[in-house]
Design a protein around this ligand. Structure first.
Ligand code: ARG
Length: 457
């Protein structure tokens, strides 16, 4: 017998039971469902909608059910459709008729909305913690490599020398914004829909303020129709998660490149690499590749739910039951990716010498020669032209700019004097970046200082 079976003459086809049910995935919400129900039962008692004694019995029953579920003693039933009706059935089986009063002044529509919000609040907090851990790791690596010289790239072509500390602190900024985004999203998740009923509010004198306080929400949804209709807060979360994944994926791509024999800037630890079933010599950066790959999956989840919600008339539609698989999948994967990425970068070996060697080729100090000429009075565009010719000369002679003698420098401009030899050293190129936010040591120190302030470390 269905909990809603009263108006039906025939039972549902068993294929429909299977098709309609969400219990296979929404059982993940059991704790939050019970939490919401306990608050609701308390409120019903406080507001004299049911007696205090009835309220107590219901709460006691729910607490016991929670324990049973946690002890693995409960088998959920497909025929009972979802987590809400499974728990309600467990309750009436346990405490009898009074259990049937729990659903007074409530609908599954406000119930599921509150469950998801309670769930997501916890998960956002956990993901934010993981982001902070990763940000802390970035600070540690940057501090250790504040003077580790490496090529900076544009178009994946060697561009200008920078330091590894600077490179890592760029990611710090990106993941810090991801953190801020989730923190901001949390504000919109932390609004309470319970008490909205099916869509129009209820005929009972409920105390939604009490529910809000009991469940620790910061606000109450002002319009009950909105409260049960939208999942924008889920979309917003998955969008924030997609951004995290995009950043992880970019960093992974760099690490995969750096880990190759061609770059040879890092070596992934054995514990974060895997081998090949055919080529005995191989050590592959599978973990980084898989994080990059899972990014597509999270984007898929975002498009899944955006498309799901598009065109739905108000209020609740059963389509919305499909919000949970992409949400749960996103939460699980973002958490594991953040965790494993953090360990992967903590354990990788950084090959400082190779990074430095790579700055010797590619004329990475060409812009500095141009800047030198500008400071001696030449217009930048002319200096660009002069140094372009100088680079061409070097290519033809198979030399680097640093290999040129003062006499050779003079071929290109008379204003080049002895001090050019110092100015083009890679270390000078980095130290001379005096603008705010640059790759120079003092500038990175400031970034690290403000990072530490943010992290309270
Ligand atoms: N299992 C449903 C879901 O996840 C709960 C809400 C059902 N409401 C309804 N009116 N059928 O969306």
């Amino acid at each position: 017998m269905k909990l809603w079976g009263g108006r039906f003459e025939k039972s549902t086809a068993s294929i429909v039971d299977q098709f309609n049910a969400s219990i296979v995935f929404d059982q993940k919400l059991y704790k939050h469902d019970i939490m919401g129900s306990i608050a609701h039962a308390k409120m019903l008692g406080q507001s004299n909608i049911i007696t205090k004694e009835e309220s107590q019995k219901i709460i006691q029953g729910l607490i016991e059910i929670l324990k049973d579920i946690e002890d693995g003693k409960v088998a959920f039933e497909i025929g009972l459709e979802d987590i809400h009706m499974n728990i309600e059935k467990l309750l009436t089986d346990r405490i009898g008729e009074v259990g049937k009063k729990l659903h007074t002044a409530r609908s599954r529509n406000d119930q599921i909305a509150v469950d998801i919000r309670l769930f997501l609040r916890d998960e956002i907090k956990e993901i934010c913690e993981k982001l902070k851990t990763l940000l802390g790791t970035f600070v540690v690596i940057s501090e250790a490599h504040i003077e580790t010289v490496m090529p900076g790239y544009t178009h994946l072509q060697r561009a200008q020398p920078i330091t590894l500390g600077y490179h890592i602190m760029a990611y710090f900024q990106m993941f810090k914004r991801d953190y801020d985004r989730l923190e901001d999203c949390y504000k919109r998740v932390n609004v309470m829909p319970l008490g909205a009923g099916a869509l129009a509010g209820t005929t009972y004198a409920t105390d939604r303020e009490f529910l809000k306080e009991t469940l620790g929400f910061s606000e109450i949804c002002e319009n009950s129709l909105d409260a049960v209709s939208d999942r924008d807060f889920v979309i917003e979360f998955i969008s924030g998660a997609s951004m995290i994944m995009m950043h992880l994926s970019r960093f992974c791509e760099e690490l995969i490149l750096w880990n190759s024999a061609e770059f040879n800037f890092i070596e992934m630890d054995d514990s974060y690499s895997t081998g090949s079933s055919i080529m005995p010599q191989k050590k592959n950066p599978d973990v980084a590749e898989l994080i990059r790959g899972k990014t597509g999956r999270i984007y898929g989840n975002l498009f899944n739910i955006l498309t799901l919600m598009k065109g739905l008339p108000l209020a609740y539609n059963k389509d919305m039951q499909e919000d949970k698989p992409p949400l749960f999948d996103t939460v699980e994967n973002v958490k594991v990716c953040l965790e494993i990425f953090n360990e992967m970068v903590k354990t990788m070996k950084i090959k400082k010498e190779n990074m430095k060697k790579a700055t010797k080729e590619g004329f990475m100090n060409a812009t500095d020669v141009a800047d030198y000429l500008v400071k001696k009075g030449m217009a930048f565009r002319s200096a660009h032209e002069v140094v372009g010719k100088m680079v061409l000369y070097c290519i033809q002679k198979g030399k680097g700019i640093d290999d040129l003698t003062l006499e050779e420098f003079k071929i290109f401009s008379n204003i080049l004097t002895e001090d050019i030899l110092d100015a083009i050293k890679i270390e000078s190129c980095i130290a001379s970046k005096i603008s705010q936010g640059s790759t120079a040591k003092g500038s990175i120190e400031k970034m690290i200082k403000s990072a530490k302030d943010f992290l309270n470390i």
